[in-house]
Structure formats: structure tokens, C-alpha cells
Design a protein around this ligand. Structure first.
Ligand code: OMP
Length: 265
């Protein structure tokens, strides 16, 4: 099965484009979790148990685990084992924003695709497709190429013009026309830039977009969904991390966001 289909099947089965971001910032965990042997794992397990009905994808951000050294990596591994054992049809994205020269990329592949077992990884395009080759060649995994980031300073580099077009448009076009030979690429576009998302959608055909920036970063759901849907009313993985995981009731918050997204589909 093409791995992008895993996401589409899950999204269709539960009628949801929602991705729950697992960003277990240790300083924000309650004392109840901090007192346990594996606080980040127990916290994410609680989030997964509360939200899985509404989650088409989970996106752990590896930074929050790496911040705790070998203990954090162990807890990320426990989280992945828990997902693989109990919810193997939910698409998993490692938000790691990796990419280096080709042979170094093999180390990231061994760790993130093979040891941790993620379905997808976020990648910088800065080194070009020759260096991204080892990732792109893994037709059993998804490469999510950073295109237009959600942060306020995104324009500084991404709006630089080449041949009259901003860099993010070149990335969208190259990813969809040249780098997607194995049908395993997606693009990352922030929800805080719906106008740019419309352009990416027009350049990238039906390619799936990972869309962070809803919730804590204030992205507008209606504008985002209307800008990003593909011709099949799919093609988006809409992420919220803090807005769901640190809410009073994460399950309710996930359901609310799933429903709000569906209202505009
Ligand atoms: P919240 O703002 O708490 O919903 O978290 C957003 C998550 O998406 C974080 O893990 C970010 O690192 C990630 N993210 C962005 O916020 N902006 C981007 O442009 C790209 C990402 C990402 O690749 O997911």
C-alpha cells in the first residue's frame, strides 16, 4: 500500500483531518505526571487515549523528548510502541525537521523510520533533492517537505525571490513535479498563511499538506480549510498541539476541532 493511502484511509474512516501534536513540554506537565517513572510517555498515553477517536494522525515533536536526553528518547520509543500496538491505523509523523548530506541522512532514517517506526518525517529542502535522496527513496515512508512555515518571521528567507517567484513557491513546484517520483511527498504549509496556502494548492495538485498553526498560533480554521482542501475534500493534515494537549479536556477539544474543520469541508 502506498503510505499516503494509510493517512487517507484513516481520515475517511473516522471522517477527520485532525492531527494531534504530541509536544509534551516537561515544564508544563502536572505534578501527577512528573511523579511517574515515565512522565512524558504517561502524559502522551493519556492524550492518545482521550483523543484517538478523532485523530487521523499524531505528530510527536522530537525536540520535547530530546530535551530530556536518553530518558526522553526512551519515552518517545514507548509512545511509538503504544501507538503501533493499539492504534496502528493512525498515521504517525516525526516532527524533526531533519536533512543533511546524503550519507548522514542514513542515520536519521535508521533512527526515525526504522528504530522508532514513524510513517513520516518533516524535512528541510535546503540541501536539495540529491541530498534528500535517501529519504525520498524510501517509498514505504512519507517525506514532508517544509514549504511555508507558520512563524511570524517566515518571510525573511522564504519570500526571497528567484526568477521572480518566492522560494516557497519554487519548493512547492519542485516537490510536486520533480521530487515526488515515489508518490511519497507531502508539503508543510502553516495555517497562519492561508493566501500562500491557496497558491501552494494550485501548484501542488492534490498533494497532501501538513498544516500546523491552528490553536495556540491563532490560524483561522475556515480560511485554512477553504484554502487547503484538494479536489477530493481531503489533502490536509491539520495539526494542533498545545491547543489540545494542555486543554482542560483534550478529548472534547479534539472533537470540537474535528467538527469545526468538517464544517468547512
Ligand atoms: P502548537 O502551536 O502548539 O499547535 O504546535 C505546533 C507544532 O507544529 C509544533 O510542534 C511546531 O514545531 C510545529 N510546526 C509549526 O508550528 N510551524 C511550522 O511551520 C512547522 C511545524 C511543523 O513542521 O509541524
Amino acid at each position: 500500500m502506498n503510505i499516503v493511502k494509510k493517512y487517507n484511509q484513516r481520515a475517511e474512516k473516522i471522517n477527520s483531518l485532525l492531527c494531534v501534536g504530541l509536544d509534551p513540554d516537561f515544564s508544563k506537565l502536572s505534578e501527577k505526571f512528573k511523579a511517574l517513572e515515565f512522565p512524558q510517555f504517561e502524559f502522551t498515553k493519556y492524550i492518545i487515549d482521550s483523543t484517538h477517536e478523532f485523530a487521523a494522525a499524531y505528530k510527536p515533536n522530537i525536540a520535547f523528548y530530546e530535551a530530556r536526553g536518553d530518558q526522553g528518547l526512551k519515552e518517545l520509543k514507548l509512545t511509538m510502541e503504544y501507538l503501533q500496538k493499539n492504534f496502528s491505523d493512525i498515521f504517525t509523523i516525526c516532527d524533526a525537521k531533519r536533512a543533511d548530506i546524503g550519507n548522514t541522512n542514513n542515520g536519521y532514517i535508521a533512527s526515525i523510520f526504522d528504530w522508532l517506526g514513524f510513517d513520516a518525517i518533516t524535512l528541510h529542502p535546503y540541501f536539495g533533492s540529491e541530498a534528500l535522496g535517501p529519504f525520498l527513496d524510501r517509498s514505504d515512508k512519507v517525506c514532508i517537505i517544509l514549504c511555508r512555515s507558520s512563524n511570524p518571521g517566515a518571510a525573511e528567507v522564504q519570500d526571497l525571490k528567484t526568477d521572480g517567484r518566492p522560494v516557497w513557491q519554487v519548493i512547492a513546484e519542485k516537490t510536486s513535479k520533480e521530487w515526488n517520483k515515489n508518490g511519497n511527498c507531502m508539503l508543510m504549509v502553516g495555517a497562519t498563511y492561508p493566501e500562500e496556502m491557496k497558491v501552494v494548492r494550485s501548484l501542488a495538485g492534490d498533494m497532501t499538506l501538513l498544516v500546523p498553526g491552528i490553536g495556540a498560533q491563532g490560524g483561522d480554521i475556515k480560511a485554512t480549510v477553504e484554502a487547503g482542501l484538494n479536489s477530493k475534500k481531503l489533502g490536509m493534515i491539520i495539526n494542533s498541539s498545545r491547543g489540545i494537549i494542555f486543554a482542560e479536556n483534550p478529548g472534547e477539544e479534539a472533537k470540537k476541532l474535528r467538527d469545526e474543520i468538517n464544517k468547512y469541508r
